[in-house]
Design a protein around this ligand. Structure first.
Ligand SMILES: [Zn+2]
Length: 142
């Protein structure tokens, strides 16, 4: 059994044999793995992808890339075809997006700035500081 890391919180996850995605028992997020040339699980590519219903960018992992679209898996396990212009690689997103953090994972998002990436430290605009999991961030394009 292959043990891999959840893209959203870093906990260990194990895809079922033959599967290229797995759900994390710790944070409940789903992570997609690209297929390796040998047919097994390959790399994880984490991005922020635009979720059309509310227009925010949420963390997601790439399932497959096409000419104009990217098929991504959102953390809730829903896959979606997204226009390439609405998918931002993680490091690029950190440099260019404005973020909100899900304070204490209670479902309410507040604006702030990322102070460091590993661990992910978030400085809320109101002065609170919290270590977040990636799953707790959402962004907007500036
Ligand atoms: Zn997780």
């Amino acid at each position: 059994m292959t043990v891999l890391k959840c893209a959203m919180c870093g906990a260990s996850i194990s895809p079922e044999p033959g599967a290229t995605l797995a759900r994390c028992e710790f944070c409940g997020s789903s992570t997609a793995f690209e297929k390796s040339p040998s047919g097994g699980v390959g790399a994880v590519r984490t991005v922020f992808a635009r979720w059309a219903p509310d227009g925010f960018y949420y963390p997601a992992t790439i399932i497959e890339e096409f000419a104009n679209h990217v098929k991504v898996l959102f953390l809730d396990g829903v896959d979606s075809m997204i226009l390439k212009e609405h998918v931002v690689e993680l490091q690029q997103a950190y440099k260019t997006m404005r973020f909100e953090g899900n304070w204490q994972n209670q479902g309410f998002f507040y604006t702030g700035k990322i102070a460091s990436h590993e661990p992910l430290i978030f400085n809320y605009d109101d002065g609170d500081v919290e270590e977040l999991m990636l799953v707790q961030l959402r962004g907007t394009k500036l």
